[in-house]
Design a protein around this ligand. Structure first.
Ligand SMILES: C[S@@+](CC[C@H](N)C(=O)[O-])C[C@H]1O[C@@H](n2cnc3c(N)ncnc32)[C@H](O)[C@@H]1O
Length: 531
């Protein structure tokens, strides 16, 4: 599947910018869309992203921290799960992809700004073909496209950390021009860290650039206690004032707009998402909603389009929807998210459904298989992404990497309510993209016994044999006290069936798996910023 999308990009597409007038402003871009795949392939597709079509871009790419990030899903009753699933790697190396990116910047993408070519040439000399240079090259090709699709009134916020922020600022200066730099925002937070022989690292950097005619809404925060010292007198009407003597003449100066507060500065103190935070989705590197709401309120208006090309578990999308629900009388802001792992796409779907009751038919998902041929292509391209996608079809969660060997044979699970005491139990799931045989069903039966699982499902890309169906049927039925009906204890589900009808999986009702608290409207809760 990803491969099919890759092929949509060709050199002609990249050259288009110079040969076309910017008529694309008038092209309606499709919004409230999730793209599954490499953002570069989508960003270079001019049908998906015409030039000057997006109002605000926030991107939070992996930082080159040489780490693997694991998803830690919460368990059904809210307890943190022990199983971890690798979501993405933050390890960049100089390889064919990076070399191709550099070649394209230098020789193929005609609208690459010349200062960027010069800068990368210099950095190549300084950094060599190091992981940092690979990272910067990969970011550069993407930022060139992001600049192209940003409207003239648009802004871009690049979230990074001090590991690479100084280099990324050079890259952005080369693309936007240094005059279009607006702020280096410091997001400062507290968290537990180990002792080290340097000051504790407690901030991220957000580089803010805007195009020629930027939109900016000044946001305010309440006055701190310092105001009581500065304006230490209070008159009979409760108004604060102080003495001021500009030319030796003492005069009373009143505090203007006492309810409005002060314009927010470029150091943002916003709590980190801790392990017990209600907002926590279990996705590594998840950013706080408050941070995204602030960016969106400052640099976009209702009705505008916000893009997050590295959207992770969808904090940007959540922030857009939260603002929409807080302002029901205003035009809706629209969103576009892209992520390369299906774990993220699935979590966003879940987040939209549980927090806002926004179901899949209210937005588009591009890049997911919709036909059996595309399902085969995805399985061939990436077995794990196929598995995550297949599990998502029945709203199941990946099982994770517990102790080696202990959980072989389980790829995912779905919880459901069980027994008269209404506790939760699990239906275990196995996904197969290759050849299948009856021994696999017998093994799954054994795994059910070992795990005390009441039910199981076997998802297969290939057609099951009659012997497999017979073996599965011999497992009998599970009786649900809650629904007062029987369910097949083992179910074989083909991808073909699931693509047609996801309800073909029969399971008693259950709850969600991760803690995304439902959105509860607090009217005017953003009042503190807009006064
Ligand atoms: C730091 S996380 C973003 C977290 C996000 N801001 C949030 O609050 O959840 C970076 C994300 O970028 C995704 N990613 C990495 N390379 C990508 C690529 N080439 N195209 C699209 N997404 C990519 C990763 O899968 C990961 O989800």
């Amino acid at each position: 599947m990803l491969g099919t999308i890759f092929k949509q990009f060709n050199n002609q597409t990249i050259k288009q910018y110079n040969n076309t007038t910017i008529h694309s402003i008038k092209i309606m871009i499709s919004t409230n869309r999730l793209y599954f795949g490499d953002n570069l392939d989508f960003l270079r597709n001019w049908d998906y992203f015409p030039s000057e079509s997006v109002d605000l871009i926030y991107l939070d790419p992996p930082f080159n921290s040489s780490q693997s990030y694991n998803v830690l899903f919460k368990d059904i009753e809210g307890a943190p799960a022990t199983a971890q699933i690798k979501a993405f790697e933050d390890t960049w190396r100089w390889d064919e992809k990076s070399a191709k990116a550099l070649y394209e910047i230098n020789s193929v993408v005609e609208y690459t700004p010349q200062p960027l070519v010069a800068l990368l040439d210099m950095l190549e000399g300084f950094l060599g073909h190091s992981p940092m240079f690979a990272y910067l090259t990969q970011m550069s090709v993407r930022l060139v496209e992001l600049y192209r699709i940003l409207k003239k009134s648009g802004s871009l916020f690049l979230h990074c950390d001090p590991t690479a922020s100084h280099y990324l600022k050079l890259v952005l200066d080369a693309i936007f021009g240094p005059k279009l730099f607006r702020n280096e925002i410091i997001w400062s937070y507290r968290r537990w860290t180990a002792k080290s022989k340097r000051f504790q690292r407690m901030h991220d950097v957000i580089l803010f650039y805007a195009k020629e005619k930027p939109l900016f809404n000044t946001l305010y925060e309440p006055y701190g206690d310092w105001i009581k010292k500065d304006y230490s007198y209070v008159d009979e009407d409760g108004r604060r004032w102080r003495w001021h003597s500009p030319h030796g003449v003492r005069q009373k100066v009143y505090l203007k707009d006492p309810d409005r507060g002060v314009p927010i500065n470029d150091v943002w103190i916003i709590p980190f998402i801790g392990s017990t935070s209600k907002e926590r989705m279990g996705y590594p590197t998840q950013k706080p909603l408050a941070l995204l709401k602030r960016i969106i309120q400052a640099s976009s208006n209702p009705g505008q389009i916000i893009l997050d090309p590295f959207c992770g578990c969808g904090t940007t999308i959540d922030a857009v929807e939260t603002l929409n629900q807080e302002n029901p009388d205003k035009p809706l802001r629209k969103w576009i998210g892209i992520d390369i792992t299906h774990l993220a796409i699935d979590l966003i779907k879940y987040r939209l459904a549980t927090r806002f009751e926004i179901e899949k038919d209210h937005y588009d998902v591009i890049g997911e298989p919709t036909t059996i041929t595309e399902a085969y292509a995805l399985a061939k391209e990436d077995r794990y992404q196929f598995q995550y996608w297949a599990l998502g079809l029945i709203s199941a969660r990946p099982w994770g990497e517990k102790k080696k060997g202990a959980d072989r044979g389980i790829d995912g699970y779905r919880s459901f309510i069980h027994g008269t005491r209404r506790t939760y139990t699990k239906c275990i799931i196995q996904v197969k993209s290759g050849k299948v045989n009856p021994a696999m069903i017998r093994d799954l039966k054994g795994t059910m016994e070992r795990e005390n699982a009441e039910m199981s499902a076997f998802i297969t890309l290939e057609k099951p044999t009659p012997a497999m169906t017979a073996e599965s049927a011999s497992a009998g039925f599970y009786h649900s006290e809650v629904m007062n009906r029987d369910y097949p204890r083992m179910q074989i589900l083909t991808i073909r069936q699931l693509l047609k009808d996801q309800d073909c999986f029969k399971i008693p009702p259950g709850g969600g798996l991760m803690g995304a608290p439902k959105f509860i409207s607090k009217t005017n809760s953003q009042k503190e910023f807009f006064k």
